[in-house]
Design a protein around this ligand. Sequence first.
Ligand SMILES: Nc1ncnc2c1ncn2[C@@H]1O[C@H](COP(=O)(O)OP(=O)(O)OP(=O)(O)O)[C@@H](O)[C@H]1O
Length: 205
Amino acid sequence: MTLTITDLSCRRGETTVLHGVTFAVGAGEALVLRGANGAGKTTLLRTLAGLTPPMTGSVVPDLCAYAAHADGLKGQLTVAENLTFWAHVFGTRDIAPAVVAFDLAPLLSRRVADLSAGQKRRAALARLPLTGRPVWLLDEPTVSLDADNVARFAAAAGAHLAGGGSAVIATHIDLGLPGAATLDVSRFAASHAPDAHDPFAEAVE
Ligand SMILES: Nc1ncnc2c1ncn2[C@@H]1O[C@H](COP(=O)(O)OP(=O)(O)OP(=O)(O)O)[C@@H](O)[C@H]1O
């Protein structure tokens, strides 16, 4: 499965942030998004995930599992209850491989609200394989993780790729994923693109 994105324009609020985004990510491949703070990495991921409709181009949210900045877990439920709920939603049965991959066994009976930031992050990331979806969209997935858990996450992402999945990742650290390509979203900055409605735009440039 190849995720092919052509001439995508992405907005945040009323503002067009990215214009003409074009890339492809094949099975087994990862694309690392680069760009300064505010360049539009989160905006692109949210658009790919279907949370914000694109202004031009199209996306396929049903192929994608999105791990956002926010963990999105139910604080009053335990880790086991959160993962079981998630597995049920996506029709997967067995949470055990995800529990092992993210070392969650000691935390299964703990309420998510009582966990540390890194523990919450591990529980949130463990939902990715439970979706069964081929494209992982990851927004700074390693924030709050210690070195051992960064390595665990990199191994889980590597296993996902080895199994024919793909990933689009905004990250400032090198996860060491083999063959990962990079895309600097700044090249698609809408403010750099001529405005089709502004006859003077090209003259100004
Ligand atoms: N809710 C919002 N409404 C309007 N504009 C927003 C909103 N959230 C972010 N923006 C703006 O959209 C632009 C792109 O932000 P985005 O979060 O996609 O950048 P980013 O590359 O992910 O940045 P960072 O590296 O800081 O996480 C920025 O100019 C930002 O100020």
